[in-house]
Design a protein around this ligand. Structure first.
Ligand code: BDP
Length: 724
């Protein structure tokens, strides 16, 4: 197009063109596709923008290193959007006030100001208002460049959410060291449990083509404080460690590094066989040890700041040290030894269970790992899922938290909604994360929440991992509201003590609008949304009732698969008398894995929280609940409550169209309609099945399922997404 004729400015055609463009832009005044996430930097109200421009007549920011350049670019980009145009840059403050960014090393001015940077750690920062040489300065200062980047994002967040920035006194540092997204992405670009399109990593075109999207990915992560990315699926292909793929990973590392993000890889335990041509992967075999050491050397030659390995071993068919009669600790230490000279870590997953083991699946990880406490090398973290089964809509916290004081335990949350309705159901997971993090392990005594355990007091390492919900869909996450789950995960990984509600408020303000008439109902809807999913899918402690394999939709009747511990009937144990998994002392005794006081509480059906009743107890259908109703009636009412809540969310959203651009409004509205249908389906199918077992009538006023049980059982979904 460069050679095409263009009318000169002022030409009648140019004016007409401008008019046409302006009119067509009005039609889609704020049409948005969600690509910009919470980093939209839309214009602030004019008066506010004016006030801020008067405060910061110039911006003083260094640009010598790549991280400094990221911080500066983001700041200018954000201010340009928010204020209409960014203040000019200057080498030193001018006028009455300035915005100053830097570290004592990068900025003589910051060095001179002697701000209290001590004790902030490498990634912390302060934002302060100081008077200097007759000027009012707002200073973002940090011990290290990366802290200034986090500080810039913090300041931009305050501006985006309409907060007063005239008298700031912010002091922040992350409470966890490793804040990581785990991508379950395969080399063919499929994403295990991914509902947002293909993998964002275009492996085939790497390293030659660096999609600009990688930079936006890094910006988004840095904006919420994430500092690591495991690029490939835990069900790993050994090929990820082959030279060609390491080169591709190195190219990605080069894009992510200026944003403070390190690259990690999932390592397949049997890689010495598949790639190295050895006949064993036994951790005690010297050839195996040499192979891993050489592999680590090779990786660090290409990626000097490589983070380390994530490993799923002896779980769901993956190879591992137990194939050679060795323990998980020996397996983890093998890799840890190879990475240690380079400063890398191993994130060894505790998600192990075996169908050959007849004992309650919920108990297996604890039984396996507690005896290994103290046997892991000092650069190993044990990565533990939030609950003892598998990312269900609700689980009690995993009993390993607090039970391995000599080992750093890292939290693993799922951000992708494999078990909470895929991309279309609106379910804000901030409340799920918060519930787990704030659960009191009561180890060694009351007042020791899970958040404190993962903060790793007394350990050199700490961390949180989230299974990413990202793909190449234009809106990244498959839905606008799923962006909130990525956002909330990052904020909680930075500080696991934060409130899910405050995080939701920030997200809504940045993603849509801070207008209270919009923000209040949307936050209320988000805060209630996860409980709605629990209600219509798995109320009162039920779990693992979804369709086999793809995990889409209800299938509580499912039985007889190759692994009983993948069958819903294994988990609900419903019969004519009652329902629930007996995990009390007279049952599997899983309760004994919790601190004694908690074990006693969970063991008592009268004291266990009702929301977890059927997780821990098999109780009769006519069991009396706190409400005075029978369990059966209560269960049916929970289903109804879940469906009603979705209807209420739809109604709320319908009233909010004036505040949202048409494109995002419509997608959310359509997805809520899908969610309502599917919530109803979960309710109807579940009730039809339970009634086939208990023969009980529905409480007065509850409509019978519109179809027969066999209809629901006949539904098949061979092409449901995320299942490979
Ligand atoms: C399960 C998923 C499966 C994962 C597994 C894991 O269904 O795809 O491989 O978790 O975490 O929830 O390893």
């Amino acid at each position: 197009m460069s050679g095409a004729w263009q009318p000169a400015p002022g030409h009648w055609l140019a004016r007409l063109l401008a008019l046409v463009l302006a009119v067509s832009a009005m039609g889609h005044a704020h049409a948005e596709d969600g690509y910009d996430l919470w980093l939209r930097y839309g214009p602030l109200p004019a008066a506010q923008a004016e006030g801020i421009r008067a405060q910061w007549e110039v911006v003083v920011a260094p640009r010598d290193t790549e991280v400094q350049r990221s911080a500066r670019e983001e700041l200018l980009r954000g201010l340009a959007g928010l204020l209409g145009h960014a203040p000019p840059e200057a080498a030193t403050p001018q006028g009455s006030g300035a915005l100053v960014v830097g570290t004592p090393a990068s900025s003589p001015l910051v060095a001179q100001l002697r701000l209290p940077l001590r004790g902030l750690g490498r990634e912390g920062y302060v934002i302060e208002r100081v008077e200097h040489a007759g000027r009012a300065l707002t200073v973002i200062a940090a011990p290290d460049d990366i802290g200034t980047l986090y500080g810039v994002f913090h300041l931009l967040r305050l501006l985006q959410t309409g907060q007063d920035v005239s008298a700031l006194a912010v002091r922040e540092q992350p409470r966890l060291q490793l804040r990581v997204l785990d991508h379950w992405d395969n080399l063919d670009r499929s994403v295990e449990r991914g509902y947002a399109g293909e993998s964002i990593w275009d492996w085939h075109k790497l390293p030659g083509w660096l999609d600009p999207r990688y930079t936006d990915y890094a910006r988004a992560n840095a904006s919420i404080g994430l500092n690591g990315a495991v690029l490939n699926n835990v069900n790993a292909s050994a090929q990820s460690l082959a030279p060609a793929y390491l080169e591709k990973a190195a190219a990605l590392a080069g894009v992510l590094r200026p944003w403070g993000i390190r690259v990690y890889l999932s390592a397949r335990f049997s890689a010495p066989i598949e790639l190295g041509g050895l006949d064993t992967a036994d951790p005690r075999d010297p050839r195996v040890r040499r192979w891993w050491a050489a592999k680590a050397d090779e990786i660090y030659r290409l990626i000097p700041d490589f983070g380390g390995f994530l490993v799923k071993a002896n779980s769901e068919g993956q190879p591992g040290p137990q194939d050679y009669g060795r323990s998980h600790a020996e397996g983890a230490n093998l890799l840890a030894d190879a990475l240690r000279p380079h400063g890398g870590v191993v994130m060894w997953r505790a998600f192990v269970y075996s169908h050959a083991q007849p004992d309650d699946r919920a108990k297996q990880a604890y039984d396996e790992f507690v005896p290994l406490d103290g046997r892991f090398a000092d650069n190993v973290l044990l990565q533990v899922k939030n609950g003892p089964i598998d990312f269900q809509p609700r689980e009690p916290f995993h009993p390993l938290f607090g039970a391995m004081p000599k080992t750093p335990l890292m939290m693993e949350f799922q951000i992708t909604k494999e078990y909470l309705g895929f991309a279309t159901h609106l379910a804000y997971l901030g409340t799920l994360y918060e519930e787990t993090l704030q659960s009191d392990t009561q180890r060694p005594g009351p007042g020791h929440p899970v958040a404190q355990v993962i903060e790793g007091h007394g350990h050199a390492l700490s961390g949180m991992a989230g299974v990413a919900n990202l793909g190449s869909d234009r809106n990244w996450c498959g839905s606008i509201f799923d962006q909130a789950n990525w956002y909330a995960f990052g904020r909680l990984a930075w500080n696991p003590r934060q409130s899910a509600r405050v995080i939701a408020q920030d997200w809504v303000g940045m993603t849509f609008s801070s207008d209270p008439a919009f923000l209040a109902p949307v936050v209320a809807m988000m805060m209630a949304s996860r409980e709605a999913v629990v209600d219509y899918m798995t109320p009162l402690g039920l779990h693992h009732l979804m369709g086999r394999g793809h995990h889409y939709g209800p299938a509580p009747w499912d039985a007889g698969s190759e692994r009983p511990d993948w069958d819903p009937v294994y988990y609900h144990r419903a019969d004519a008398q009652g329902i629930g998994f007996a995990r009390g002392r007279s049952g599997s005794n899983a309760v004994a894995q919790y601190a004694p006081a908690l074990a006693r509480q969970f063991d008592d059906p009268r004291r266990v929280p009702e929301r977890e009743l059927l997780w821990f107890h098999h109780v009769p259908w006519d069991y009396r609940m706190a409400s005075g109703r029978t369990l059966w009636d209560e269960l049916v009412l929970h289903y109804a409550r879940g469906v009603d809540q979705v209807a209420a969310m739809r109604a709320t959203w319908a009233g909010l169209s004036p505040y949202v651009d048409a494109q995002r409004y419509r997608q959310v509205a359509s997805f809520l309609a899908i969610q309502q249908q599917e919530a109803q389906w979960w309710r109807d199918a579940s009730i039809a099945y339970w009634q086939s077992i208990n023969g009980l009538p529905l409480p007065v006023g509850q409509a019978p399922p519109p179809h027969s049980l066999s209809y629901y059982q006949s539904l098949k979904f061979p092409f449901a997404p995320g299942h490979h």
